[in-house]
Design a protein around this ligand. Sequence first.
Ligand SMILES: NC(=O)c1ccc[n+]([C@@H]2O[C@H](COP(=O)([O-])OP(=O)(O)OC[C@H]3O[C@@H](n4cnc5c(N)ncnc54)[C@H](O)[C@@H]3O)[C@@H](O)[C@H]2O)c1
Ligand SMILES: O=c1ccn([C@@H]2O[C@H](COP(=O)(O)OP(=O)(O)O[C@H]3O[C@H](CO)[C@@H](O)[C@H](O)[C@H]3O)[C@@H](O)[C@H]2O)c(=O)[nH]1
Length: 429
Amino acid sequence: MDVSIIGSGYVGTTIAACLADLGHDVLNVEIDEDIVATINAGEAPIHESGLEERIAEHAGTNLRATTDYDEIRETDVTFLCLPTPQTDDGSLDLAPMRAGTESLGRTLAEKDGDHLVVVKSTVLPGTTEEVVGPILEEESGRRIGDGLEISMNPEFLRMSTAVEDFLEPDKVVLGASSEGAAATLRELYAPILEREETDLVETDVREAELIKYANNAFLASKVSLVNELGNVAKEYGADAYEVLDAVGLDDRISDRFMRSGLGWGGSCFPKDVNALRAGAREQGYDPDLLDAVVSVNDEQPRRLVALLAEHVPFEGARVAVLGLSFKPGTDDVRKSRALDVIEHLRERGAEVVAYDPVAVENVRPDYPEIEYADSADEALAGADGAVVATDWPEFDDLAFDGMERRVLVDGRRIDVDRDALEVYEGLTW
Ligand SMILES: NC(=O)c1ccc[n+]([C@@H]2O[C@H](COP(=O)([O-])OP(=O)(O)OC[C@H]3O[C@@H](n4cnc5c(N)ncnc54)[C@H](O)[C@@H]3O)[C@@H](O)[C@H]2O)c1
Ligand SMILES: O=c1ccn([C@@H]2O[C@H](COP(=O)(O)OP(=O)(O)O[C@H]3O[C@H](CO)[C@@H](O)[C@H](O)[C@H]3O)[C@@H](O)[C@H]2O)c(=O)[nH]1
């Protein structure tokens, strides 16, 4: 199938390379010329396992990138993988979606044949049918249902395992506006849907939109609940990991997403939980539980820094922050809890030296005044204390000989040699 993908960020690039791998002819349409040049050179514009080799294999044959929307007319299906950020008040900012949809509509005005538009971006219920659809009709002069179709197909991939998650998902959710649109998407995803482990959910557009938010709200809430239980465990002098490992044996609960500590960050949970809270309020419902989910999460970095302060007087102290990305395996630092930790440490007068295996260059522009180390050893050298903000596997082998005082507060339960430390404190154990 000839597929175009508008927006070539984390999602657009990943699904382009994966759909090319499944044998489709794929066109990435992106406003950023550097990203276009990178993909056409056979390279990956982002750090994701398994992506580079797929782009290298397909670029120039059945994968291509362009800034020219008009090339979309040569394709049958267009996925919108545009950003849906949050505004200052936490609500959903649809400006990039509107802009991309306008450009798509204008180009489809010149196409006579059938075309299916699929919203892949995370959007609140009603957006596909009440915002994207009308813009497409207005700009193309065509009518939905009359050769032009629209669908919603949310994406559940995680960063750092994006390729694997896309190709081997637990579920594919199709919110199609017509049986024809559903049939096209089933054909497109056929090799994935043939997997026994992948469930197909066919539903209406509005439900598809909400499934994505409900999924993320559930997972973020689970981590906040685990963190609240972890904070209580710490007060009792109990080990939250032993407690929750046992709780996770109940298959109604499951042992996944049970790691307590510094909380959730990234480009999805924070903005999606906030968009859902703002959307619910707009509909007249106060989502008290989701409000609490966010406030528990916001407190964890402060709690970590307070715990370190019990052992290290901060004024003039040198504190190593180990890990900057929002989770291991990615260089993404959007809403990383590590950044909140750095801010709390600096507010309290500590000098920060930070280390991350891949994410330093994404932090440096916003925090030029802190020191960056080239290795964990270098960050720990001469430090009066250290905190673990991201559970990179290499931190399991930390050595503390070079520290001024061997004090470590662990926000992620790494597998460190606790006996090598004067003070080891876990945030929730
Ligand atoms: N990142 C994830 O793990 C993930 C997972 C599932 C769903 N999502 C959702 O998918 C959507 C995209 O997320 P992302 O992380 O890929 O975003 P991103 O910011 O990484 O990428 C978006 C891309 O769109 C490009 N773009 C912006 N306006 C454009 C336009 N008018 N025309 C063409 N290109 C344009 C940008 O230059 C950028 O490269 C969001 O709604 C997000 O919530 C993200
Ligand atoms: O037990 C856990 C699990 C996760 N986290 C934290 O939660 C955040 C999010 O982690 P994860 O879900 O693995 O990463 P994302 O790439 O943000 O993926 C989420 O957000 C994506 C974008 O919407 C969805 O597609 C995915 O299904 C959803 O898992 C990170 O800061 C993790 O450190 C914990 O603190 N404890």
